[in-house]
Design a protein around this ligand. Structure first.
Ligand code: ADP
Length: 388
């Protein structure tokens, strides 16, 4: 930024010098004509001009009456300059800058709701001396969007933590009031335990999510056997499945391999299995299958549960989004499971796909780039069979 400003000032110096020089030259005698010569090497002024036009910032140099003396194409894209005229807000700022001699920040967004103009544009207006000013505009839409996401996330986390903490406080009071009744103490004690487990799960998932979104270095990628991922995930989800009376139907081992981190992949797949159990009727079955499609390893989890309406299918991967918050809470859900799945897959160069129909069920498919050394035999999808 500082370097750019330096370059800018140099360019502007040259422009102003050029304008003043031209005025002086007009008064003086005409220069003698030169003979034709080979194309000269670019001068420093040429290079500075190129930087001026290549930068991602919208730049405009204004004269005393806010006339645009020079601007780059980006200034037009950002709406700073239109039809050769400067944006009125920038013009007003430039007049103040000329009066006070101090740089000024100005919000130029939204300039135009139509077309592909960015929605957040901020500019700095700086004096250049001799009545000239320069306006530097930048598209800050992404930064604004990230800031909004961060604020929503902090608000959601606070809300999610407040609920179990509040419940634990009330339950602890109930325990104290029922101190003489062992049955009641046991009942409230169990509820406190459930709430603290819920809070523990939430904190664990928040830590997992912050690791996955870049707060920490991810583990080194290694060759991971998909069959191991499937077996470990099934073992993790076994208790909830048994409690809900749900049987897993699993295909034959595939011998497929990917580059990745075993524990992260197990976390992702067991989240899908836990959801399949949580959002199915008891006694239903959930199937797990794996196969190679082109160069992608796919692990699909299919349930015959409540399904997800089309308008919610994108949103279920957002942090804390739940179709039915009461049901999610009742099943101990944190609302972060699918966000974690999405980020685990993204960190492996893969993706998660969803097919779902309300009343019919859902299929979540984890797709991962296959490890390079696969043989053609391994590419055959295995038949569904076996129950764990
Ligand atoms: P939660 O902890 O609430 O389950 P997730 O991020 O895992 O959070 O899922 C987000 C939401 O997506 C759930 O609250 C639920 O509404 C919906 N969902 C996830 N998996 C399924 C599924 N297999 N069937 C139906 N709905 C599901």
């Amino acid at each position: 930024m500082t370097a750019l400003v330096g370059i800018l000032l140099a360019v502007c110096g040259l422009v102003i010098g050029f304008l003043i020089g031209r005025r002086t030259a007009r008064r003086g005698a005409a220069a003698p004509a030169r003979t034709a010569a080979p194309a000269p090497r670019p001068t420093i002024a040429d290079l500075l001009q190129r930087v001026f036009h290549a930068t991602d910032q919208g730049l405009a140099v204004l004269s005393k009456h806010s006339d645009v003396v020079l601007h780059n194409a980006r200034a037009v894209e950002l709406g700073l300059v239109g039809d050769g005229r400067i944006d009125s807000r920038a013009a007003a700022a430039a007049e103040r800058v000329e009066r006070d001699g101090n740089p000024l920040a100005v919000d130029l967004s939204p300039l135009d709701r139509r077309g592909r103009r960015p929605s957040a544009v901020f500019a700095q207006v700086r004096p250049l001396g001799d009545g000239f000013a320069v306006v530097e505009a930048a598209d800050t839409s992404e930064a604004v969007r990230l800031e909004n996401t961060r604020r929503d996330f902090v608000a959601n986390v606070s809300h999610e933590l407040k609920t179990p903490v509040g419940a634990m406080g009330l339950l602890a009071e109930a325990v104290l009031d029922a101190a003489d009744d062992p049955d009641e103490v046991r009942r409230f004690g169990t509820k406190i335990l459930n709430e603290s487990t819920r809070m523990g799960n939430l904190v664990t998932e928040l830590i997992a999510l912050s690791r996955l979104t870049g707060a920490e270095r991810l583990p080194e990628m290694q060759t991971v056997e998909i069959d191991e991922v499937v077996n470990e995930s099934l073992a993790r989800a076994k208790l909830s499945a048994e409690a809900a009376g749900i049987a897993f139907t699993v295909d034959e081992p595939s011998g497929l391999e990917v580059q990745g981190d075993l524990q992260l992949l197990v976390t992702a797949l067991s989240n899908l299995l836990e959801n399949a159990v949580a959002y199915s009727r008891s006694d239903a079955s959930v199937s797990v299958s794996r196969r190679l499609v082109d160069d992608w390893v796919e692990i699909a989890v299919t349930d015959r549960g409540i399904g997800i309406a089309p308008e919610h299918q994108q949103r279920v991967f957002e942090r804390f989004f739940r179709v039915d918050p009461a049901r999610s809470r009742a099943t101990g859900g944190t609302g972060l499971g699918l966000a974690i799945v999405k980020h685990v897959l993204a960190n492996h160069g893969g993706e998660v796909r969803l097919w779902s129909r309300p009343g019919t069920g859902s299929t979540f498919t984890m797709r991962l780039p296959a490890a390079a050394a696969l043989t053609v035999d391994q590419a055959e999808p295995a038949a569904i069979g076996g129950t764990t």
